[in-house]
Ligand binder design. Structure first.
Ligand code: FPP
Length: 245
């Protein structure tokens, strides 16, 4: 029986967040340049997206470029930006076929202008799709996101729009880049690293974590299904006791 068949369709995660790690190491391992790893990571992106669509997961968020990734060699950064633009151009048909709506989180104004406009065009083109929201985290860092949310809330208090006592957990959520998106139920990181690297820190308070040893270019939809099956074997108590659930 495949993992896809074993999955309980009534207990699916609503939101899967992924740290796509290991492109560089995978490429180095076969004697290729790091960018070859990123290029091969694109097919794993398609696997993850089509896997989510196939079983009915409505939100998928991918960490495609962190705010810290700007510190990589200039050529690698340039190649990643080009890859993003080319992939969006190539994958538009796949988005439309699968009912995928593209979304982004992060400081998009840091990206090259051609990336910004390709993203804006694809977001516009896919805006009425409603099977799955694919969010790309680009120039994204969660601490910076929390700082920006704090500033926005403080401004509202100063302007008299809200009072200090109106500040609560939902208000903070509503001021993050992820406003309107449910918190992730499941976070997957490939490549054997076990850390969350400034990703969705506020949003992942109760997220289940799964760390896979595979490198990102090797990730398949069957890996996604297996991870979801493993997630379903866990008891999510949200601070309650088993008996209370
Ligand atoms: C981490 O691997 C991966 C990235 C920083 C970039 C992710 C990009 C892709 C999967 C390709 C394109 C994606 C889209 C959405 C078009 P790493 O380079 O840190 O690997 P390493 O830890 O082995 O060096």
């Amino acid at each position: 029986m495949s993992f896809e068949e074993k999955i309980n369709k009534k207990n699916l995660p609503k939101h899967v967040a992924i740290i796509m790690d290991g492109n560089g190491r995978w490429a180095k391992g076969i004697g290729k340049l790091r960018i070859f790893g990123h290029q091969n990571g694109v097919s794993a992106v398609r696997e993850a997206m089509e896997g989510c669509v196939k079983i009915g997961i409505p939100y998928l968020t991918l960490y495609a470029f962190s705010s810290e990734n700007w510190n990589r060699p200039k050529l690698e950064v340039q190649a990643l930006m080009e890859l993003l633009v080319n992939t969006l151009a190539k994958e538009t048909a796949t988005f439309m076929k699968n009912g995928v709506r593209l979304n982004t989180i992060g400081n998009l104004q840091d990206l090259p202008k051609n990336c910004q406009s390709k993203l804006a065009d694809t977001i516009e083109l896919t805006k009425d799709n409603n099977t799955c929201v694919l969010t790309l985290a680009l120039s994204y860092g969660s601490r910076a996101e929390i700082v920006e949310a704090t500033k926005a809330i403080v401004r509202k208090v100063i302007d008299g729009e809200i009072s200090v006592d109106d500040i609560n957990e939902s208000l903070i959520s509503e001021n993050l880049f992820t406003a309107g998106i449910p918190d992730p139920d499941l976070m997957i990181r490939t490549s054997g690293e076990q850390r969350i690297s400034n990703y969705l820190l506020y949003q992942m308070a109760y997220t289940e974590f799964c760390f896979l040893d595979k490198m990102w270019p090797e990730f398949t939809r069957e890996d996604l299904f297996e991870t979801i099956y493993n997630y379903q074997q866990r008891e999510r108590r949200f601070g309650k006791t088993s008996e209370q659930l």
